[in-house]
Design a protein around this ligand. Structure first.
Ligand code: AKG
Ligand code: FE2
Length: 307
């Protein structure tokens, strides 16, 4: 966490069936016709609940509030913004099996997060219950399950499946079975984060860095295309499941200081930070041309999604 801001977690106890169920839900959902997918949530905005279509999100814009007008990511996604998302009208009609699997996955992720918080309290000499007040008391902590599908696409104009960014809040618990994720090291070089069987990748986000006064690092990372064996000009299809975690919107996060420490950051309300970051990432029509124009998926060369 100090050096890279990213670790590989094994021995987490999450049943394989729970992980495989969520992966199967991702495969099933993204395999639906585009018009059906667009019926869930707000497909032309990234952030709220439900489906976000390809060409809408440009995560790299979160780095500078959108000033750089980075290209849209080659990704479509589905967000469960609460454990009971499926009860909301926006998601009415979603396959009940997908909903049930998401709830099971959610509960397991909370369990893993509790362990991560336990490790953090030990590392920073905090009360075992330090995080409770920020996450549980108001019962509105920022937890999100995000399913991401990176379709196969022609590698013609250098766009990335998912641009370089840091995660906005505290810990992200990530599951991906295909290569493509890269971590930016402190010297600016990128290294592959290859999938490890049965493991999760956990990375610290911006508020973890703030909270730990810079001791743990908010790791810049990105997803790069991985050419298929059949055609080096086509990127392989990929799926990932992220569980994003963060404190309640109103929680003001300030650096945890030990005797002799000087604060390196000002405090910030978690909700304000999230809005600043996420607000810049939706690509709109009047953006620079590259924002809306994506390479077309070559169906003949597209690989079947396989877990
Ligand atoms: O797809 C991945 O492996 C990483 C996705 C990611 O960085 C994110 O959703 O924040
Ligand atoms: Fe990320």
């Amino acid at each position: 966490m100090r050096e890279d801001g990213m670790v590989c977690v094994t021995g987490h106890g999450v049943p394989s069936a729970t992980i495989e169920g969520m992966e199967a839900s991702a495969t099933d959902f993204f395999g639906l016709p585009e018009a059906t997918k667009r019926g869930f949530g707000t497909p032309d905005v990234y952030g709220p609940e439900g489906y976000t279509a390809r060409g809408v999100e440009s995560v790299a814009r979160s780095n500078d509030q959108g000033k750089s007008k980075e290209a849209a990511d080659v990704v479509e996604s589905f967000t469960f913004a609460s454990r009971t998302s499926c009860d909301r009208p926006a998601l009415a009609g979603l396959d009940p099996l997908v909903c049930a699997r998401a709830q099971t996955y959610w509960d397991e992720m909370i369990r893993v997060l509790d362990a991560l918080h336990g490790i953090t309290t030990l590392s920073f000499n905090l009360s075992r219950y330090f995080f409770e007040q920020f996450y549980r008391r108001a019962n509105d902590a920022s937890f999100v399950v995000r399913l991401a599908h990176y379709p196969a696409y022609n590698l013609t104009n250098g766009v990335l499946p998912y641009g370089r960014h840091t995660d906005y809040l505290t810990f992200t618990i990530l599951r991906a079975t295909q290569p493509g994720l890269q971590l930016e090291k402190r010297d600016g070089s990128f290294v592959d984060v290859l999938p490890v069987p049965d493991a999760f990748v956990v990375n610290a986000g911006d508020l973890t860095e703030l909270w730990t006064n810079g001791v743990w690092r908010s790791a810049p990372h990105r997803v790069v295309p991985v050419p298929t064996d059949a055609n080096p000009n086509v990127s392989a299809e990929r799926c990932a499941i992220a569980f994003f975690t963060g404190p309640s919107e109103a929680a003001v996060i300030t650096p945890i200081l030990h005797p002799g420490d000087e604060p390196k950051f000002d405090g910030v309300a978690a909700g304000d930070w999230l809005r600043i970051k996420i607000g810049a990432t939706t690509v709109v029509d009047d953006d620079t041309p590259d924002g809306g124009v994506l390479p077309v998926c070559d169906d003949d060369n597209a690989q079947r999604l396989s877990y």
